[in-house]
Ligand binder design. Structure first.
Ligand SMILES: Nc1nc2c(ncn2[C@@H]2O[C@H](COP(=O)(O)OP(=O)(O)OP(=O)(O)O)[C@@H](O)[C@H]2O)c(=O)[nH]1
Ligand SMILES: [Mg+2]
Ligand SMILES: [Zn+2]
Length: 355
């Protein structure tokens, strides 16, 4: 196995040279568990910890390694290494966690494509799909929609779902598949490129790990046997994990997500809802809120049936969420800045008092 099989690419090598990191080995973070990491190199898999300096200077989640990262390492024991440096991330998929300690969660880094998996028997939800699409577009990762478990419903219903998706999201690839009958699995295999990194996103129980096992032809991941009576599984995959497929392609499996909060400051929303954004350029008023204005191109398009009303409602809902997130980020930055200013003032007055 070479570094390229693990997804290594030229820009990283150039960075390594420019930043004097040639004295270190390079590896890829394949698992993470409470500040301990699994790092894969062409030589094997190693237990890793970060060096003290990295830990003390780390200020936020992004400063710590995440699954998918390329890291500069040095060996300190037979199967142990130290992480000295995180190489720049090509992409980072993150979501806004909800609740009290709502901080940004890194789902995976250095991803090229994301499989957004829903199971057609009970999980299909177009609004949620659009949330995942926005997360991908924000991260500049190409999304691919996978509708799994098509063995469980009528084909006509599957076609209805695909039609609904195509009406709202024209650009995205959709793969209807079944891990039970293997329908559609070959098509997915054909899209996998060697050296490219994919990640699996979706709710718990939709069959992400089963798909990964199926693609690899090996039981790499543990999967559930949810009870037929309740159909309510517990989370089976509890940690993110990166796997390398023998016939090329690298896949990161994720635990199922309950909530998909939008942490978009990069315009991912505008890509997902590009039809609405384009239309809004034609509104009579520049500051049109697309709710009641005369000459609103968006309202007109809904009335003509040119765009789906559900699409529009989901857009408004997510836009509010994005605005809320952006204002919290701005507020936090201001607080940090004020705090920094105060510290500097204290230090300055200390100095002038000449201790
Ligand atoms: N009928 C049917 N069942 C499937 C299919 N794919 C997966 N399953 C079943 O769905 C259940 C959940 O599959 P998992 O692969 O563990 O789901 P997951 O998305 O990895 O779940 P988490 O790890 O909890 O996020 C298992 O019992 C699988 O056997 C399919 O195509 N058809
Ligand atoms: Mg799983
Ligand atoms: Zn308008």
């Amino acid at each position: 196995m070479t570094l390229e099989d693990l997804g290594y690419y030229n820009e990283l090598e150039a960075y390594r040279k420019e930043h004097g990191l040639e004295g270190y080995d390079v590896g890829r973070v394949i698992s993470e568990h409470k500040e301990r990491y699994g790092v894969r190199t062409p030589e094997g898999t190693f237990d890793a910890e970060i060096i003290g300096n990295l830990r003390y200077t780390a200020q936020k989640r992004e400063d710590f390694p995440a699954v998918g990262d390329w890291v500069a390492i040095s060996a300190y024991d037979d199967d142990k290494v130290l992480i000295h440096h995180i190489l720049p991330r090509k992409t980072m998929i993150a979501r806004q966690a909800v609740g009290k300690h709502a901080e940004l969660q890194i789902i995976a880094t250095n991803i090229d494509y994301a499989f957004i998996v829903q199971s057609v028997d009970r999980d299909f939800n177009i609004n949620r799909l659009e949330r995942y699409l926005t997360i991908c577009h924000t991260a500049k990762v190409t999304p691919i929609i996978v509708l799994n478990k098509i063995d469980l419903i009528e084909q006509a219903d599957v076609e209805g779902m695909i039609k609904m998706i195509k009406e709202r999201e024209k650009e995205v690839l959709v793969f209807p598949i079944s891990n039970a009958t293997n329908e559609g699995i070959d098509q997915i295999k054909e899209t996998l490129n060697p050296g490219k990194t994919y990640c699996l996103l979706g709710s718990s129980g939709v069959g992400k790990s089963t798909l990964l096992n199926n693609l690899s032809g090996d039981d790499l991941m543990k999967t559930s046997h949810i009870s037929e009576s309740t159909q309510r599984g517990r989370h089976v995959t509890t940690h993110r994990e990166l796997k390398i497929l023998e016939n090329g392609g690298i896949i990161i499996d994720n635990p199922g997500m309950r909530e998909v909060g939008i942490a978009d400051t990069e315009g991912g929303l505008e890509v997902t809802f590009d039809t609405i954004v384009e239309l809004s350029n034609e509104c009579k008023f520049k500051d049109c809120s697309h709710t009641s204005e005369i000459g609103c191109a968006v309202i007109e398009a809904i009335e003509n049936g040119e765009i789906d009303e559900g699409l529009y409602e989901n857009y408004l809902k997510m836009k509010r969420e994005k605005e809320h997130y952006e204002s919290t980020v701005a507020e936090k930055r201001k607080k940090d800045k004020d705090f920094g200013k105060m510290i500097r003032q204290v230090l300055k007055s200390k100095k002038s008092r000449k201790f």
